[in-house]
Design a protein. Structure first.
Length: 270
């Protein structure tokens, strides 16, 4: 096995740990690793990432189910529109997008589908990182969640579902800040609730990809197994880590990943 691939499998362990500790960030690591380390194209990378993140998040939600950590009402209101939206985007919309979108400049340089997905991926990572880093309120907010009607939650679920379907991101990088800032969930409950939402919609997105892309099953099984080991460690370690420091560190890590994504995408152009 090549050294580069060993780094990728070590990244799978780190991916699971980060998801278990923060309830987000799995796809932020999985998509670049499948694309840059294991050399899958972007569509296949996002499909593989959806499977890994979905299975890992499901196990993380199961590990967090004690102590009434999961807000089931909120998770279902988020999940149902997300599942439908992600499935339709992966099954119907993405196959219709041509591989070459348009040409720019006089030298025939092409903006293709993979580049567009990578740029959108980088923008979402950057936005999430800045929101996380700049949050001024306490992350461990213990106030009761304000009772909101279902329509705003459903609308947010559909919006995050579209972004997940296009980029293959699990969405925790958006869901956790929404649960913390808008719905005032305590940090541990936000993480557990985020994991169940991510699990449901990521697996729905993967099902939408079956038959559309080639799946490298041996790679997927090995990567997922290591991610699950990391998830177990992350869930248990999160109980001993300071919430605010953990979120700040996660924000800076995601910001660093976004810089690498932009560099990889734009380096042929400069």
């Amino acid at each position: 096995m090549e050294t580069f691939q060993l780094i990728g499998y070590a990244g799978a362990l780190a991916l699971g740990w980060i998801m278990g500790a923060t309830g987000s960030g799995g796809s932020a690591l999985a998509v670049p690793m499948f694309n840059h380390v294991f050399l899958l194209d972007m569509h296949a990378s996002t499909a593989h990432a959806l499977f890994v993140v979905g299975i890992s998040a499901a196990v993380g939600a199961w590990l967090n189910q004690g102590g009434q950590k999961i807000d089931w009402r909120l998770s279902l209101l988020f999940s149902l529109p997300m599942i439908i939206t992600v499935y339709l985007v992966r099954r119907v919309l993405l196959p219709l997008v041509p591989k070459e979108l348009f040409q720019v400049g006089g030298q025939g340089q092409v903006i293709d589908r993979d580049l567009a997905i990578m740029l959108l991926f980088g923008l979402l990572l950057t936005s999430s990182a800045l929101i996380t880093i700049r949050d001024r309120g306490p992350w461990a907010n213990t106030r009761e969640m304000p009772r909101k009607g279902p329509l705003p939650i459903v609308a947010m679920g559909m919006g995050i579902g579209v972004l997940t379907g296009i980029t293959g991101m699990g969405g925790g990088f958006l869901i956790v800040p929404v649960l913390l800032i808008l719905f005032k969930l305590p940090i541990k409950r936000a993480i557990a609730t985020s994991l169940i939402v991510i699990a449901l919609k990521s697996l729905a997105g993967f099902l939408g990809d079956l038959g559309q892309v080639d799946i490298h099953w041996p790679l997927l099984y090995r990567f997922t197994a290591l991610s699950l080991a990391g998830m177990y460690l992350g869930v248990h370690c999160s109980r001993r880590l300071a919430d605010k420091a953990l979120k700040k560190g996660f924000g800076f890590m995601v910001l660093g990943i976004s810089i690498l994504v932009f560099y990889k995408a734009l380096s042929p152009w400069v």
